[in-house]
Design a protein around this ligand. Structure first.
Ligand SMILES: Nc1nc2c(ncn2[C@@H]2O[C@H](COP(=O)(O)OP(=O)(O)OP(=O)(O)O)[C@@H](O)[C@H]2O)c(=O)[nH]1
Ligand SMILES: [Mg+2]
Length: 302
């Protein structure tokens, strides 16, 4: 048997549907998804088997013009994921087409050189008329020499099988990189923290989701088979703490319930989840917060 294995980086603008595609390829929710931009903050790997190929998908933070230190670390992580991959899949939203952001990404891909093969996946085709896709495909292929173009709906699953087959054949020959039954390689404590961050992002508005982070502080296995998980939500201001807690603690209770249910589904057992909110005005400039997220902390403001 000839096995194949390798890394496939999913890159694109924020909200392009990278995490949705990763989850669909893997068949489980490994990476969090929201309707808001900049949901994913670090590289998240999900493993899919296709015939004799093992495809290690690398979900990356969206590529955008960074302003804050955290933004820069996210964008650096995304390009790092692309540079390290055997194959890159660029996701472009069908209904938005070639935006300035997409043009910038194409420039970045040109700078990367031919080190990796790049495929184009026009996503969210459920949102446009079929006729519009031909023009967009031609436009994008005139701008960059893609190895192949796919039209997909990551959410509904259209075209995803074709993409998976193509990737399985295009990966280099070699032994599998993970055990056959493994689907993710993020520590469970991080996945659990991400699930809580997803619920917070869905409930909170404006800048708040971008100014908080969630960390799992302790994880205790109980004799009855359940787990006790303690997490801290770091916010930058007292006012934010009040909003996260909500009137009579309503918001944090709802977040806690939704996150607990999702962690239970993932683990397949009962979970007791305890959330605490701490004000930490400078967490966005603390190296430890970045390593907890799996991001590189860069000194200085450059
Ligand atoms: N209509 C439609 N919506 C989609 C499709 N794929 C993803 N979405 C939605 O697009 C939004 C963003 O999806 P994500 O998977 O979080 O996007 P992302 O590229 O990971 O975003 P960042 O992590 O912020 O970079 C969510 O609301 C998804 O449900 C699709 O094929 N069709
Ligand atoms: Mg994402």
């Amino acid at each position: 048997m000839t096995t194949r294995a390798g890394f496939v980086a999913l890159i694109g603008e924020p909200n392009a549907g990278k995490s949705t595609l990763l989850n669909r390829m893997v068949g489980a929710k490994v990476s969090i998804v929201t309707h808001k931009v900049q949901t994913t903050r670090a590289r998240i790997r999900g493993v899919a088997m296709e015939g004799d190929s093992q495809i290690v998908f690398v979900d990356t933070p969206g590529l955008f013009a960074p302003r804050r230190r955290l933004d820069r670390a996210m964008v650096a992580a995304a390009w790092g994921g692309a540079a390290d991959a055997d194959i890159i899949v660029l996701l472009v939203e069908a209904h938005r087409g070639v935006t300035e952001g997409v043009e910038r990404i194409l420039e970045g891909l040109r700078d990367l050189g031919g080190a990796a093969r790049v495929a184009l996946a026009i996503n969210k085709i459920d949102r446009v008329q079929a006729e519009a896709l031909l023009g967009l495909t031609q436009d994008l292929n005139a701008r960059f020499d893609f190895g192949e173009t796919f039209m997909i709906s990551a959410e509904r699953g259209h075209g995803v099988e074709d993409l998976r087959h193509w990737l399985a054949d295009a990966l280099p020959e070699g032994p599998w990189l993970y055990p056959e039954d493994q689907i993710a390689d993020l520590p469970m404590r991080m996945i659990a923290a991400e699930m809580t961050r997803e619920k917070l992002t869905l409930r909170l508005h404006q800048e708040l989701p971008y100014q908080l982070t969630v960390e799992t502080e302790s994880w205790e296995e109980r004799k009855d088979g359940s787990a006790r998980i303690d997490q801290v939500i770091y916010v930058v201001r007292d006012g934010h703490k009040g909003i996260v807690l909500g009137n009579k603690g309503e918001t944090i209770k709802a977040v806690s319930k939704a996150a607990r249910e999702e962690i239970e589904t993932f683990l397949g057992r009962r979970v007791h989840l305890f959330l605490q909110v701490k004000v930490r005005p400078n967490w966005l400039d603390e190296a430890e917060r970045y390593s907890e997220m799996g991001l590189e902390f860069k000194d200085g403001n450059a």
